[in-house]
Design a protein around this ligand. Sequence first.
Ligand code: SF4
Length: 325
Amino acid sequence: MDLLTKARLISWGRIEMPEVFRPEGPVSTAGPGAGERNVFFRSGGRRVRLSAEEGSPLKLVELEGEEVAILFKGREIARGVLERPLLHCPRQAYITVSERCIYDCKFCAVPKLSGGVKPKERVVEMVAQALDSGELEAISLTSGVERTPEEEVARVAEIVRALRRFDLPIGVSVTPARGSSKALQEAGADEIKYNVECLDPVLFGRVCPGASLDKIKAALADAAARFGRNRVFSNVIVGLGESEPSLREGIEELAEMGVLPVIRAVYPHPLRVGEVEMVRPSPERLLDLSRHLRRALDEHRLRGDAAETGCYRCTGCDLIPHRDL
Ligand code: SF4
């Protein structure tokens, strides 16, 4: 799978697959495909995550042994293997603590899914089970906000403390709160992610009502000062109708702060269709933005391949600088 093919696959996002490939086990509640069935395809040192969908022009077919191929309108475009997700993604225990949220970001399925809140003991048990596979390399925690960001940070910090016993890198993605970076660092988190989601300040208020872009940026600056180089991340969603200059300048601004942006193609989740513009970016746009991101990271001496947890380590949903390009 070359870079352009991966960009195309991300842009399509969905694939038709025979029953035999349908992943078993619980449906993931994290990431863009929350609540949907996903497969992870690996080829030529690259990985991509695709959601199962009947009628997609992409089809997954079985070859000899472990090998599979991806066909586009009947023509083979990539050959590789499927990887088994451990918890949500391969080689990581990527766990959503609170599967509910008081915020209502218009592209996010979590508030609509209104799931449960996992107690600390359950998270520890899930990680212990994943460890038994012999494949576990990292722990990533994410969480909606059940009541307040402060309470959620305290809950996740407590869980991080309990997970230190596994001696694995721990990444945390939460809504920032006052003192959250200090609390999570003291608990033992190695990496942190606060998502800006939308870098267009005009659009931000519409797609993330009740949140503040400036406060998230301030929290990221604080996190970068505490956690240091290559340890702080932020999701930037592309395809919400954002202006190109605000997006490109925002990427540069984050890199200058020491933050690694994750350029994430918007996922028009069935639970959110019609609430806000959601158009999957073209492969060309994804490539162009990822090259822009790579230049910004290089300029500020940041490395995408230094990440130990989360999406920069997984690479399933994005074109990751220094790993994919
Ligand atoms: S890139 Fe991130 S959101 Fe996508 S599958 Fe991997 S860990 Fe999940």
